[in-house]
Design a protein around this ligand. Structure first.
Ligand code: MEV
Length: 441
């Protein structure tokens, strides 16, 4: 294909026509699909189009809910936007299971978010730079006063400003690290604007610093940007009950063996990065789905979680389980979640608004607790399946439904297919062949 020139300047209809003509074989079907996935209300469609660029249609993913999620005694119906089958079912089953065992207990450990100004300074005597930053701190903060006034009125603002010496890693490299409390906002734009304001003032002030040499005065800001690694924006959640209360007939084993296998599965994920990655993926199945549904940035949440998972130098599980000496099963998750419940997409996307309404318009801290609880519920559901029936049994039931939908199975055929595959291995080919036999009868 040749380079496309001026694509972004085309109107939406022209973009669709161009793509259908050049890449989709002039297919009417493709054009119909692109059109049919658009929103029927033009105003809403325009809103969605404007979230991104070069938009030509919408990409739907299912929006479901997890009922009976009890967190600190309050019961929620948690919204999840996710395309993977079994995830919502697993979280719902786990939420219900823990509902009658005390529910989820969550605590926000901290809410601080981080911004970094990365700069180059050609001095050798760090104490000069330290003195400069200390003296100029009030002026640096003063330069961004108009930006932070409203945040301060809401109880947030800049929490601290610190010089970090990185010159052992890269010659002449330093950082100004600012920590923020952005209250209920995720605050990315706020943080970045403040950082850029502080960075300009830093560079200006260095130029006229009378105890800097000429080359020291040429302090060069390389970039200013928030850090998505927010270990101090942290939430802890756990479930707990006497081991014997874990028992359910469907476990297929006694409570003690189940607890034992469960704890060992978590221990394995603590020591083995291969397993830890999948274990944490399961946690993020839950976390991301609520994060997406509530209009938050799941890439930021994932990136942060994975960095946190290797904070001691090895990638490990984010959750842990144990049986205490007095015979209690304890399962916990500790995860940084820099979320917002106001501003950004949370206030714009109609589905995010509904999601937050379903949760009773939570504060950012409440949202952190709910999201962490869904993450732990998801993780519990996955490990429970893994150490009992195996993951494929439940998963394949859902997968079977997807395959039948794809093959346009009628309700009567669906019943027969479900019965047939109750004790057989599900695959697309096997279902297609079985449906074929039904249809030729
Ligand atoms: C699948 O999306 C997630 C699991 O693999 C998680 C796990 O293995 O813990 C089931």
């Amino acid at each position: 294909m040749k380079e496309i020139k001026g694509f972004s300047k085309l109107a939406k209809r022209e973009k669709i026509d161009f793509l259908v003509r050049e890449l989709l074989d002039n297919s009417c079907d493709a054009k119909d699909i692109l059109d049919s996935f658009g929103h029927r209300d033009q105003k809403t469609q325009k809103l969605i189009d404007d979230f991104s660029e070069n938009t030509i249609s919408n990409f739907h993913i299912p929006f479901g809910v997890v009922p009976n999620l009890k967190v600190n005694g309050n019961v929620f119906c948690a919204p999840m936007a996710i395309e993977e089958s079994s995830v919502v079912a697993a979280a719902s089953k786990a939420a219900k299971y823990w509902f009658s065992r005390g529910g989820f207990h969550a605590d926000v450990v901290g809410v601080l978010k981080v911004g970094q100004i990365h700069f180059k300074w050609l001095g050798r005597d760090i104490s000069k730079l330290q003195r400069f930053v200390k003296e100029r701190e009030p002026y640096l903060l003063d330069a961004v006063k108009p930006l932070i006034q409203r945040m301060e009125q809401r109880g947030g603002g800049i929490h601290s400003l610190e010089l970090v010496d990185k010159s052992d890693d890269i010659e002449n490299y330093y950082q100004l690290v600012l920590k923020f409390d952005t209250r209920d906002a995720m605050g990315a734009n706020f943080i970045n604007s403040v950082l850029e304001g502080v960075a300009s003032e830093l560079q200006r002030d260095a130029k006229v610093c009378d105890y800097f040499t000429k080359s020291e005065q040429e302090l060069m800001v390389v970039m200013s940007i928030l850090s998505n690694y927010t270990p101090e924006c942290l939430v802890k959640v756990h479930v707990e009950c006497p081991v014997e209360d874990l028992y359910e007939h469907s476990l297929g084993m006694c409570a003690e063996i189940f607890a034992n296998k469960f704890v060992m599965a978590c221990d394995i994920a603590r020591v083995d990065p291969g397993r830890a990655t999948t274990h944490n993926k399961g946690i993020f199945n839950g976390i991301d789905a609520v994060v997406v549904a509530t209009g938050n940035d799941f890439r930021a949440i994932e990136a942060c979680g994975h960095t946190y998972a290797c904070r001691d130098g090895q990638y490990r599980s984010l959750s842990n389980a144990k049986v205490t000496r007095d015979g209690r099963f304890h399962f916990e998750l500790e995860v940084p979640l820099a979320l917002g419940s106001i501003g950004g997409l949370t206030a714009l996307h109609p589905m995010a608004k509904i999601a937050l309404e379903l949760l009773g318009q939570p504060s950012a801290e409440q949202l952190m607790k709910i999201v962490a609880a869904v993450g732990l519920a998801q993780n519990f559901g996955a490990i429970r399946s893994l150490v009992t029936s195996g993951i494929q049994k439940g998963h394949m039931k859902m997968h079977l439904m997807n395959i039948m939908n794809q093959l346009e199975a009628q309700p009567i055929e669906q019943d027969m297919v479900q019965q047939h595959f109750d004790d057989r291995i599900v695959s697309f080919g096997a279902v297609r062949d079985y449906l074929g036999t039904l249809r030729t009868v």
